[in-house]
Structure formats: structure tokens, C-alpha cells
Write a protein that binds this ligand. Structure first.
Ligand code: ACO
Length: 332
């Protein structure tokens, strides 16, 4: 990464979490499962489910307002808005356009990114590079998901894992040389989309009575294979970004992994030989909120003063696609 490029910092963060808390015991009323099974296999104790009124754009807008307030940014300063989501309000227009209107951000560039659970890192990377190019001044990135809208409440292997929520961040250029978002690595492999997908609802399989009756509009997942790939790829992409910037693993002050499964995170920690104290996890309370998860954890860590100026922060994600990504930040 050239030193002559301007630094990009995260100047404010925000989240929105629906009020409705759904415990593992509540899930056991819906499918044949137990608090013991879910906790021991995933680390999840509860998750949030959005109400009818809390659409993805609604949650995104609220998280964005909080991030702009934290950054001390006026709405008319934002000229780029990216929403990462796999559960848009509707196939089109984009959720970013709906959020743009709800925030009153007139005539800015607004678009969605679909990289499933890696969406936050894809959005962060895209926005940071567009800011560095000089094309925009201030960006708002949002990861927002209403996962409960695509869960199959007859499939215990998937429905217990996910939750709803949104996170947002304001990004801007800064004079603070050497600080901010150092760089990101993103990647994808679409050779086996059936590992984690929603078969129907797109142009390949438009909605029909049959597709609905066959429950094809819900998440399908090969959990074991996703688990194996997540551990391997998240480990690799974490090491790769540290090497790119000449850091060793033990120099990482805080690692924020995508919150999918505590056993995936434990394996990542072992692989990287990094103690769990250096991780920030909140999976227990929210489950897997897909594109929102890293941003929610980053906001919490920042708000609880776990992040200090000069800290080396590593974000790492993996998701459907398959997609993956890591971002290294030297906090300003
Ligand atoms: N409650 C009770 N029993 C269950 C449940 C449940 N909710 N779900 C599955 N089981 C049963 C299975 O039916 C199976 O029973 P059987 O042996 O009689 O057939 C048994 O538990 C073991 O099933 P496995 O699938 O082998 O369980 P595993 O230990 O692999 O855990 C899990 C499954 C939690 C889904 C795990 O594979 C996983 O977390 N994979 C990663 C998936 C993921 O996180 N995806 C998110 C998107 S990608 C990402 O974000 C990283």
C-alpha cells in the first residue's frame, strides 16, 4: 500500500439491535433443540428478532444515525453510502437507496454489496479505496440483516444460528499518517454455491407456489463443510494481512472475527496462537447477524474503551459465496 495515499479512519460507529430477545429455550419451543445443544455447539445463548416494522432499511437507518452522531458528521457531508446485506428489503431498489431516502442524503452515490457474512469487510474496503481515490469525501457503510426473514423454522440445523441487527461506520480521510485502515484483503470462491444458499427467489428460480411449498426461499447450509472452510480461510487471510504490513500475530491488540460459531473462533485462536482475551466476541447475545456482526462487535469494543489510539485491530470474516476478507486497522 503506497505511503502517498491518504489515511482513512473510522470516525464513528453505531448499531441497531431489535428489542425482542429470543432465548435458546424459546427456540426449543419452535424446533426440537435445547439450550444445552445450542450453547455447547455454537456458543449462542440468545439472539434478536426484528418486528414487522423493523425492516433491514429501518435497522440500517438507525445504526447510521448513531454512527453519524458519534462521528460528529452532518448528513450533508456524506456523499457515499454502501449497505452490505443478504436480506434486502426487496430485490430492488437497493436497500442503500431506501436508507439514503430515510436519512435525507440527497443525490449521493448509494448502492448495496452482497457478500453475505463478509459484507462488512467488503463495504469497508470498497469505501476506503473510493475515499483514497479522492472520488468521495465521507462515506457511510452499513451491515444490516433481517436474517429471521429467511430462516426455516422447521430446520433446527440453521434456524438456531442467526439473528437480526445492523451496524454502521462513518469513514473519512485523515491527516493522521500511518493510522486508520491500513488495508484489506478480500476473496471469493463461487465454485460450490450450494454450501450455503437460498435456492429460490432470484431469476434462476422465481417464486412459485411450488417453490414456496418446497421451502426453497429459506437458508440451506452444509454446516460441517462451512465450519472447516471458515477455520482454514479465516486463519489464512488473517496471517496474510499481518504479513503484508510486517506485523506478527502477537502484535494484534484486538481481533474481531465474524460471529458465527464460538468453536470456529476457538479454532482460529488456537491456529493463530492468540489468547481469547485479545478477541472481542458477542455471539452469545446476538447469534450470527451476518454482514452486521463485525460492525456490532467493533462498536461495542470501541464504546467499552477496549480500543485505544495506536492499537492494532484485525477484522476477519467468512461467509456464503464463498467469500472472505480481513482488514487491518491502526486505530487513530
Ligand atoms: N438442536 C439439536 N440437535 C441438532 C441441532 C439443534 N439445533 N442441529 C443439528 N442437530 C443434530 C443433527 O441433526 C445431528 O444429529 P444426528 O447425528 O442424529 O444426525 C447432530 O446434531 C450433529 O449434527 P452436526 O451437523 O454434525 O453438528 P455440528 O457439531 O457440525 O454443528 C453446526 C452444526 C453448529 C451448524 C456447525 O456445523 C456450524 O456451526 N457450522 C458453521 C455454520 C455457520 O456458522 N454458518 C454461518 C454462515 S458462514 C459463517 O458465518 C462462517
Amino acid at each position: 500500500m503506497s505511503q502517498s495515499l491518504p489515511s482513512v479512519i473510522i470516525s464513528g460507529t453505531g448499531t441497531y439491535l431489535p428489542h425482542r430477545v429470543v432465548s435458546n429455550d424459546d427456540m426449543a419451543q419452535i424446533v426440537e433443540t435445547s439450550d444445552e445443544w445450542i450453547r455447547s455447539r455454537t456458543g449462542i445463548a440468545e439472539r434478536r428478532y426484528a418486528s414487522e416494522k423493523e425492516s433491514t432499511s429501518y435497522m440500517a437507518t438507525h445504526a447510521a444515525k448513531q454512527a453519524m452522531k458519534a462521528a460528529g458528521t452532518r448528513t450533508d457531508e456524506i456523499d457515499l453510502l454502501i449497505v452490505a446485506t443478504m436480506t434486502p428489503d426487496m430485490p430492488f431498489p437497493s436497500t442503500a437507496c431506501l436508507v439514503q431516502s430515510q436519512l435525507g442524503l440527497d443525490h449521493i452515490t448509494a448502492f448495496d454489496i452482497q457478500a453475505a457474512c463478509s459484507g462488512y469487510i467488503y463495504a469497508l474496503n470498497t469505501a476506503a479505496n473510493l475515499l483514497r481515490s479522492g472520488a468521495y469525501n465521507k462515506a457511510l457503510i452499513i451491515g444490516a440483516e433481517k436474517m429471521s426473514s429467511i430462516l426455516d423454522f422447521e430446520d433446527r440445523t440453521t434456524c438456531v444460528l442467526f439473528g437480526d441487527g445492523a451496524s454502521a461506520a462513518v469513514l473519512e480521510c485523515s491527516e493522521a499518517m500511518g493510522l486508520g485502515i491500513l488495508s484489506s484483503i478480500t476473496g471469493s470462491d463461487g465454485s460450490n454455491p450450494q454450501l450455503l444458499y437460498q435456492p429460490a427467489g432470484g431469476s434462476a428460480c422465481p417464486a412459485t407456489t411450488e417453490s414456496v411449498l418446497a421451502r426453497q426461499h429459506f437458508i440451506k447450509m452444509n454446516g460441517r463443510e462451512i465450519f472447516k472452510q471458515a477455520v482454514r480461510v479465516m486463519g489464512q487471510v488473517s496471517v496474510d494481512i499481518l504479513e503484508r504490513h510486517g506485523y506478527s500475530t502477537d502484535q494484534v491488540d484486538l481481533l474481531i472475527p465474524h460471529q458465527a460459531n464460538m468453536r470456529i473462533i476457538d479454532s482460529l485462536a488456537k491456529r493463530m496462537r492468540l489468547p481469547m482475551e485479545r478477541f472481542h466476541n458477542n455471539l452469545e447475545y446476538y447469534g450470527n447477524t451476518s454482514a452486521a456482526s463485525i460492525g456490532i462487535a467493533l462498536h461495542e469494543a470501541h464504546r467499552s474503551d477496549r480500543i485505544r489510539s495506536g492499537d492494532l485491530i484485525l477484522l476477519v470474516a467468512f461467509g456464503a459465496g464463498l467469500t472472505w476478507g480481513s482488514t487491518l486497522i491502526k486505530w487513530h
